[in-house]
Write a protein that binds this ligand. Structure first.
Ligand SMILES: *Cc1c(COP(=O)(O)O)cnc(C)c1O
Length: 367
């Protein structure tokens, strides 16, 4: 062991850091980013918002991000007020703050894997014990299983993801209710992909009223094509948000980030048009791969999980050889594919067509 490794916290020794493998190929459909660049008219608005802040950068930002929270509350609707909304550098920081305030050493967060791979890592970083209560064989989650797992593990926090990553399917709202009723702790619904849902009413935002332990997290990384800006947020009870102020860095969200986010929110309708196009491409992938005989989970996100692969790693490589990068999330016989632009999606479907023809043994017999 090196001297530095020796000095490291015991629970971090021997661990490896998060990182999606990134390769320089023409079509990158592996990280669930929004395939569209920010359109020129939206970029011009964001530039204006940012440029107004530059001369005042000698001052610290509004540490409570009030103007941004007002805009986010208006965007979310459901009667939410700015005091019920909180923002940070990506929903990853939001989740980290939740764990810092309500988790930590000696406490437990319950998750249901396969799901977002950052949840266990954020738990680890905050010294929170992550317990994986797994899912059914088809990766769905039932109210009964969630209720049983909460009773068995008595967690301080529960992480649900809807639509789930990597499966893409939105949760039955009854699961959220079951988790809330069974638990005494904080119930977090990670809705990073909510804007892509087939049924807009599947969000848990409407369930916040009267449920002070319920938290809905969102991000601008996906629907707003803003992954590089790092803006995530949550909606919850105002008192719960006040407690998060105990753990946030004093000026965690820069003036430039706050301004950029407000500019993008002012252009929500333009950006929503691109979300609609990505939903269309997603549905095209689902339909097309199913027509090829491959099982594909219903998707409410900007990606799909395809199954029916004898050797997922070999299919991943064969598709990569066709110039298309998808994600091997480590699930046997399955790959995750992010919806792209129309051209990128065509390239993906063509690549699958070619690989299925050239190497049929990599695919299960279609039924
Ligand atoms: C992409 C993703 C996020 C986004 O995290 P940011 O820090 O906001 O970029 C959060 N949760 C899930 C499930 C995701 O897939």
């Amino acid at each position: 062991m090196s001297e530095i490794e020796d000095l490291l916290r015991e629970d971090l020794r021997g661990q490896t850091a998060y990182g999606a493998p990134q390769l320089d190929v023409p079509v990158q459909l592996n990280t669930n980013e929004n395939a569209f660049a920010i359109p020129d008219d939206v970029a011009a608005v964001i530039e204006e918002y940012i440029s107004r802040e530059i001369r005042g950068l000698n001052r610290y930002p509004d540490r409570d991000a009030l103007a941004l929270r007002e805009d986010l509350a208006a965007y979310l609707g459901h009667g939410l007020t700015p005091s019920q909304v909180w923002a940070a550098n990506g929903s990853n920081e939001i989740l980290q703050q939740l764990l810092q305030a309500f988790g930590g050493p000696g406490r437990t967060v319950l998750g249901f894997m396969p799901s977002y791979s950052m949840h266990p890592l954020l738990a680890r970083g905050t010294g929170t014990n992550f317990v994986d209560a797994l899912r059914d064989a088809d990766y769905t989650l039932s109210p009964g299983h969630v209720g049983w797992a909460i009773e068995a593990h008595d967690p301080d926090l529960v992480f649900l993801v809807s639509p789930n990553n990597p499966t893409g399917t939105a949760l039955d709202p009854a699961v959220v209710d079951a988790a809330y009723e069974a638990s005494r702790g904080i119930v977090v619904v990670d809705e990073a992909y909510a804007e892509f849902a087939r049924d807009a009413s599947s969000t848990a935002l409407g369930r916040l009223e009267g449920r002070p332990r319920l938290v809905v997290t969102r991000t601008m990384s996906k629907a707003f094509a803003f992954a590089g800006a790092r803006v995530g947020y949550l909606a919850a009870d105002a008192e719960l948000i006040e407690k998060l102020l105990l753990v946030r860095l004093p000026y965690h969200l820069s003036s430039l980030t706050q301004a950029a986010a407000r500019g993008a929110l002012a252009c929500a309708p333009q950006l929503q048009a691109e979300v609609d196009e990505l939903k269309h491409q997603r549905d095209r992938i689902v339909k097309n791969l199913r027509a090829k005989g491959l099982p594909v989970a219903d998707s409410d996100a900007n990606f799909v999980l395809v199954g029916g692969l004898v050797d997922a790693a070999a299919v991943w490589k064969a598709v990569l050889d066709q110039g298309v990068l998808v994600r091997d999330v480590g699930l046997p016989g399955r790959l995750r594919i992010t919806a792209g632009t129309e051209e990128e999606t065509t390239a993906l479907l063509d690549a699958f067509e070619i690989v299925m023809k050239q190497e049929p043994s990599l695919f299960e017999e279609s039924k």
